[in-house]
Design a protein around this ligand. Structure first.
Ligand SMILES: *Cc1c(COP(=O)(O)O)cnc(C)c1O
Length: 481
């Protein structure tokens, strides 16, 4: 929630009490230098013991509520026919309005099942923007991913409130060009993860639906961050100011034929889900479930997490929960802009993002500026962020790098985990780094997996810039922080 202070300023205030805490430490700069070198300048390969503030992701790192933890205690561990599955079903029906659902062990497992039943060689899947695991699964299924966003989506500084919209003119073109028979579905991602957590509007979702329905092309919603997208609709779209998050989510679902989600985001658990009102889709999904996930009533999830997901689905439509991260992110982005940093605007739904091509404008894209920025930020702060740029794209069939549309350093804000002083610290260290940005050089791979290389690939700093940056930091702050 945002409260207005007596001097007119807005304050994003926490609508929860912290009752269990986890200790964190700030390792000294020398330890951070060793850690990032051993991690191959890849923040995924760092260990928690070396990290102060973990902004790698909001996936599975959110604080659960007291009610979620309580629900875990009464879960039903039956292999088949468990009560926990039925409770999840009630929540899916009440909150999402769907009769059929299957659990899956996480979001990408849901994408795998979707690809199994929908994607074939020769098909194309239009979408507002891809997610890494989405693209990998759909392409392994033989489909081609077509991103049909508005040109605005690639403007890192913009005041377009809905940079996650699909361009309807492009969608019309795609349907004409490829034919509805080659389009198994259109996918909309609720707050597009890779381009800064940017939402789509209800009007856009409705427009997509109206365009594809006559061709019998289904609308598939990636609802991993659906509560944040709903919150942005409430704040930014005309006519929704007085609509509850619950009603906005219901309306989004009523315009979709199938929703899948990673439960690790908006619902604050670890798991995944697919839900639909179409019995045919359900039967096809169900057939693959025992092969890849487990029996239908647990689908690869622990029954405890299924219980917590049922509660999480209900809680995510509480305005105080839906806004918990988004309001802090807005504060974060406003502070970065005030410090003169090239933050992505408007603020999105899962993280604060910095445009690494602007921040490190002296680096060519082939030297992975976003990866270099993420590593440099860790070095000078102990803050772990994530590269969302060319390293996150795999090579093409000829083995060439595929340069990403954007080079972003993403600092995720897990829900209800960090406070405003953490944010202030991150902005300060980013500011220091910006003042010393010419010390940051590029990266090159020395160990590179063929698929989703960003997870475990290792790189080295060209010209040993890490050591020089650490020395400059130590000269300013001393060896202990
Ligand atoms: C996280 C995420 C996924 C993948 O989910 P996992 O649970 O990490 O497998 C898919 N789509 C979107 C939009 C996501 O944010």
């Amino acid at each position: 929630m945002i409260v207005r202070l007596s001097d007119g300023r807005s304050l994003p205030i926490e609508m929860y009490k912290v009752r269990i805490v986890q200790k964190t430490t700030l390792p000294p700069i020398s330890q951070r230098l060793t850690a990032i070198e051993e991690a191959g300048y890849n923040t995924f390969l760092l260990w928690t013991k070396d990290i102060f503030i973990d902004m790698l992701t909001d996936s599975g790192t959110n604080a659960m509520s007291d009610n979620q933890l309580a629900a875990m205690m009464v879960s039903d561990d039956a292999y088949a026919g468990g009560e926990s599955y039925r409770k999840l079903g009630c929540a899916v029906k009440d909150i999402l309005g769907f009769d059929y659902y299957v659990p899956a062990h996480q979001g990408r497992a849901a994408e795998h099942l979707l690809a199994k039943i929908f994607c074939r060689p020769g098909t194309v899947v239009p979408m507002n923007y891809h997610f890494t695991t989405t693209k990998a699964h759909f392409e392994m299924g033989g489909a081609r991913v077509l991103e049909i966003f508005h040109d605005d989506a690639m403007e890192t500084t913009s005041d377009n409130p809905f940079k996650g919209n699909i361009d309807l003119d492009k969608l019309k073109e795609v349907i004409k060009r490829y034919g509805p028979e080659n389009i198994p579905f259109v996918r909309l991602e609720a707050t597009t993860n890779l381009i800064g957590g940017q939402p789509f509007s209800m009007a856009n979702l409705r427009g997509v639906r109206e365009m594809v329905a006559p061709h019998k092309i289904p609308v598939v919603l990636d609802g991993s961050l659906v509560s944040e997208n709903a919150y942005f609709i409430k704040c930014r779209e005309q006519g929704y100011q007085d609509t509850s998050i619950e009603d906005i989510v219901k309306e989004m679902m009523s315009l979709s034929d199938l929703v899948y989600l990673s439960g690790r985001k908006s619902t604050c658990v670890r798991g995944g889900l697919l839900a639909t009102n179409n019995p045919e889709y359900f039967n096809e999904l169900k057939a693959w479930l025992p092969v890849y996930e487990g029996f239908i009533t647990y689908g690869g999830m622990s029954s405890k997490e299924i219980e917590a997901m049922a509660v999480g689905l209900r809680e995510m439509v509480d305005l105080d929960v839906a806004s918990s991260s988004a309001d802090l992110i807005k504060d974060f982005v406003d502070k970065m802009v005030a410090r003169g940093l090239p933050a992505v605007t408007p603020a999105g739904g899962l993280a604060g993002h910095v445009d690494a091509m602007k921040f490190l404008s002296h680096l060519p894209q082939e030297h992975y500026p976003a990866g270099a920025l993420a590593a440099a930020l860790f070095l000078v702060s102990g803050v772990r962020s994530m590269e969302r740029g060319t390293i996150s794209m795999d090579r093409d069939e000829q083995g060439n790098d595929v340069l990403s549309d954007l080079e972003l350093c993403r600092m995720a804000v897990p829900r209800r985990v960090y406070t405003m002083s953490h944010i202030d610290y991150v902005v300060d260290r980013l500011g220091w780094l910006h003042d010393h940005r010419e010390l940051v050089g590029g990266l090159e791979f020395y160990e590179e997996p063929p698929v989703l290389r960003f997870f475990t690939g290792k790189l080295k700093a060209l010209d040993d810039w890490g050591t020089k940056l650490a020395a400059a930091f130590e000269a300013d702050f001393g060896p202990h922080v």
